[in-house]
Design a protein. Structure first.
Length: 130
């Protein structure tokens, strides 16, 4: 029996959509955790956290609707590019996230692993741009 990655495309879309809706919702549940990784050069960190939360929820919901899936996938890519500076800031500035479950000091490996993970997430979203 031959297994094709294509057969997992639809279920993985639902997984991705759920991840973005949950992640976006967390921006409203625990915004202080996210504010801490907004680079200090950016204005209004709390507003940016809420804005990115709305964007994550919107792309997640958009991925669920076949008619909007391609647009939502492109929007997801744009969102991932937009939030990349926060991941860079977190890695290079060794930000300790106060109030995070399990302690607020991610390992150096975890900080730097987030950077290539963005590439994986972009490729995953790109899969749905057709």
């Amino acid at each position: 029996m031959r297994v094709s990655l294509r057969q997992f495309k639809q279920p993985l879309c639902y997984v991705m959509a759920l991840l973005y809706v949950v992640a976006g919702s967390l921006h409203f549940v625990v915004p202080d955790l996210y504010v801490q990784i907004v680079p200090p050069v950016l204005p209004a960190p709390l507003a940016l956290v809420y804005l990115s939360g709305v964007a994550e929820i919107a792309v997640g919901l958009g991925l669920l609707v076949p008619r909007t899936r391609s647009y939502a996938a492109w929007a997801t890519i744009a969102l991932l590019v937009a939030i990349f500076p926060a991941n860079i800031y977190m890695a290079v500035s060794m930000v300790s996230i106060e109030g995070a479950p399990g302690g607020g000091d991610p390992s150096v490996l975890a900080r730097w692993a987030r950077l290539p993970l963005q590439g994986v997430l972009i490729l995953w979203a790109y899969w749905y741009t057709d």
